[in-house]
Design a protein around this ligand. Structure first.
Ligand code: DQA
Length: 151
């Protein structure tokens, strides 16, 4: 059976490429999603992506995915620092969870260093730019196939 990975993107990430490129880089969300889908499918995984600027829509998506996905990657964006609702919806899932941030949230304003997700995530990738998503995907696929090797 093909394993299914869900990738969730929070608010303003639809503006990647245009939004503060000195912090978030020049790639668009479309570029990132396409790279993730290609990488996942060539490794035999199914990958779905969803972006919303609305907290409730992200919660709805997580509820709809209940029992349907094997792993979740999330960049909750600004909701990282505010959302108990998304945290609770993630806790519905008994799957590995990787939190991704394009920028290093610990190197910026103090309010960004607290995440409502870091203590429930399997792991976190921060500050490595858009490539953090691909690194997170590789890690997730390794976790889902029980691979412990370093290559
Ligand atoms: C972000 C960091 C958040 O603090 C910010 O609100 C974002 C993006 C990142 O990917 O670096 O929108 O999650």
């Amino acid at each position: 059976m093909q394993k299914h990975i869900l990738v969730l993107h929070g608010p303003n990430l639809n503006m990647l490429g245009k939004r503060e490129p000195q912090i978030y880089g020049k790639l668009s969300l479309k570029d990132i999603d396409a790279a993730l889908k290609e990488r996942a499918s060539s490794a035999g995984f199914l990958l779905s992506t969803f972006q919303s600027n609305h907290e409730g829509a992200l919660v709805d998506c997580l509820q709809e995915a209940f029992g349907q996905v094997h792993g979740i990657l999330i960049n909750p964006a600004a909701f990282t620092h505010t959302s108990v609702a998304i945290r609770d919806a993630l806790l519905l899932h008994d799957t590995p969870l990787i939190e991704v941030h394009i920028s290093n949230i610990h190197k910026r304003e103090a309010f960004r260093s607290h995440s409502y997700f870091s203590d429930i995530a399997t792991g976190q990738i921060v500050g490595l730019g858009a490539r953090g998503y691909l690194l997170a995907l590789d890690a997730m696929m390794a976790i889902l196939t029980d691979k412990e090797d370093l290559m």
